[in-house]
Design a binder for this molecule. Structure first.
Ligand code: SF4
Length: 453
């Protein structure tokens, strides 16, 4: 693009959902002829897409705004923290504009006011899958915004409102465009993927001449028509999740469920305002494995929730033993400003929280390591994310980007691997997080002889 194009700096913080918002804004900026530049010095204006989920994210977002104000001085703030505009304006009264998540119009209005676009018929050379912040071969696919639950530790519904699902045909069209643009893995994100379509009463939509309901199962069926992996994130433990597992067993969506259980004590789950039938949850995890033996179950838990007794914490450890989850993230409870859980009695002392977190992680680390070790000797289909010093850094079907482990392929050069390739890998070793192995290459094979999707 020419030297004369107006220049925008962009700082993107937060979760994959915020990343999708950033991608939309960046796409629109490029469509209108703005250049995206990588330094404060060269930018005419800076957009900061913030996160406001937990206190540390609020602090990080405020720091990022402060840095942009110091280094550049013309700053547009958007994203989750934008919902608390008084807090931002109190610290940084000179920011040009503050808007909340997904408010693309306000961001673009603020950019136009600060920096009018240059009209040029040749600038809209944006690929029709848009601009992506993730590597070219995987992309986040946001299917809805907001959430109808009211978990007591969470303020997302008060920031983002109730569930609003995108029509199924829009989502499938976007997925199709992404795959045409070279994406090999679609990461389905939302606040609650299993509730998809409830607000639209599961209204049908047409894609490629076929009718699909706006519903998680139909969405998965549509996505399975595309030549790419589809991975489901943020699934709430509803019974109808069971309907998706046969699709996983048939290889139509990845055999991977990211399903935050949060705790295993019925009383604590009730205080969290989450489903409390732990025995049923456990039965269901075991049944999923019967239907789909390769399924990977990832979950997150909170330890040290207000009122959690030692016995209730031990119930959680027993659940880990029984459920044998593959991947687990855990957090020591930390109050989020505005969450109803802050009013609960009997906060757990910080030292006890940290001690429980350490015990929890130690137990789960052993389980995860054993589950990885059991894969040694197997062949896993992997997607190559990067090549570094002759070693390919890849992920198997069990590994989501950024949050799970990796598969290190030792013979990347010999196998002629490139970023974005699918390849079968014989697993030869494991550690606590990652797998190691060799790409299967027939003698004299070219890269194109490798087994690809
Ligand atoms: S389901 Fe998730 S987004 Fe919705 S209230 Fe609970 S924790 Fe928050």
């Amino acid at each position: 693009m020419s030297q004369l194009n107006p220049k925008v700096g962009f700082v993107s913080l937060g979760c994959p959902k915020a990343l999708v918002d950033s991608e939309r804004i960046l796409t629109q900026l490029r469509v209108e002829g703005y250049d995206i530049v990588p330094s404060y010095d060269s930018a005419d204006v800076v957009v900061v897409n913030t996160c406001g989920f937990i206190d540390s994210a609020v602090a990080e977002s405020l720091d990022a705004i402060g840095e942009a104000m110091n280094e550049n001085g013309k700053v547009i703030v958007t994203g989750c923290l934008g919902k608390k505009s008084e807090m931002i304006r109190e610290q940084y009264p000179d920011v040009l504009s503050v808007s909340g998540p997904q408010d693309y119009t306000s961001v673009m209005d603020a950019v136009h006011a600060a920096l009018p676009p240059r009209h040029d018929p040749f600038v809209d050379l944006v690929p029709d899958y848009g601009i992506k912040l993730t590597p070219r071969h995987y992309a986040y696919l946001k299917i809805s915004e907001g959430c109808n639950h009211r978990c007591s530790f969470c303020i997302i519904p008060s920031m983002r409102g109730d569930l609003v699902s995108r029509p199924v045909e829009d989502v499938l069209r976007e997925a199709e465009r992404l795959v045409k643009g070279g994406v090999r893995e679609l990461l389905v994100v939302s606040q609650d993927t299993s509730a998809y379509g409830v607000d639209r009463k599961y209204a049908p939509g047409t894609w490629r001449g076929r009718e699909y309901a706006t519903r998680m199962k139909a969405l998965c069926e549509g996505l399975s028509e595309l030549d790419a992996w589809s991975r489901l994130h943020y699934v709430y433990p509803y019974p109808h999740v069971d309907d998706i597992v046969p699709l996983m067993a048939e290889g139509r969506v990845l055999p991977y469920l990211d399903i935050p259980f949060q705790h295993a004590s019925p009383r604590i789950l009730k205080l969290m305002k989450r489903p409390g039938a732990v025995d049923k949850t456990l039965e269901r995890v075991l049944r999923w494995r019967e239907t789909c033996p390769d399924i990977t179950v990832r979950s997150t838990f909170i330890v040290g929730f207000p009122g959690e007794t030692e016995a209730e914490f031990e119930q959680l450890l027993e659940f880990l033993d029984a459920a044998q989850l593959d991947r687990v993230g855990a957090f020591a409870y930390s109050p989020v400003e505005g969450a109803t859980a802050n009013q609960l009695p009997d906060p757990v002392p910080e030292a006890v929280k940290q001690e429980r977190l350490a015990r929890f992680m130690e137990k789960q680390a052993a389980i995860s390591a054993a589950r990885l070790e059991a894969k040694v000797g197997s062949v896993q289909q992997c997607l190559v994310d990067a090549i570094e010093d002759g070693i390919a850094v890849a992920r198997s079907k069990a590994d989501a980007p950024e949050i799970d482990g990796l598969v290190h392929i030792q013979n990347a050069d010999a196998a002629g691997l490139r970023v974005g390739d699918f390849v079968d890998v014989e697993i030869t070793d494991s550690d606590e997080h990652d797998l190691f192995g060799d790409a299967l290459v027939k003698p004299g094979a070219t890269p194109f002889d490798l087994k690809v999707l």
